[in-house]
Ligand binder design. Structure first.
Ligand SMILES: [Zn+2]
Length: 113
């Protein structure tokens, strides 16, 4: 039999092991008091119900990686689009501000007259 309090192996006649008996004798309870002992089966069932992390299967890992790749592809496409838009706007602004200059030309030629 196991100790009802801590679960250690005890002799057949003992409900509680010596350690638990010593602890309980330090905190005496009046005769007739209702004492509730934790239900070991309920505690174990609660532990079993807790979701435990298992290694995902290769198929699940592949699906997860495909999801990441899809997400990255969309992100790169959006960023490229934004870059093109920004570059277009910038070039347009430069073109308007310096009408006399060509794109990439930072000088004006003058005649000697
Ligand atoms: Zn015990």
């Amino acid at each position: 039999m196991n100790c009802l309090k801590c679960g250690k192996k005890t002799t057949r006649t003992e409900a509680f092991c010596q350690e638990c008996m010593e602890v309980m004798e330090r905190y005496p309870v009046k005769p007739g008091t209702v004492v509730q002992i934790p239900n070991r089966n309920a505690v174990q069932a609660e532990k079993k119900n807790q979701p435990y992390k298992r290694e995902p299967s290769p198929a699940e890992q592949l699906a997860h990686l495909r999801g990441i790749v899809r997400w990255m592809t969309v992100t790169v496409a959006i960023l490229s689009l934004l870059l093109c838009l920004t570059a277009g706007i910038l070039l347009h602004l430069i073109g308007n501000d310096t009408a006399a200059y060509g794109i990439g030309q930072n000088y004006i030629t003058t005649s000697a007259d």
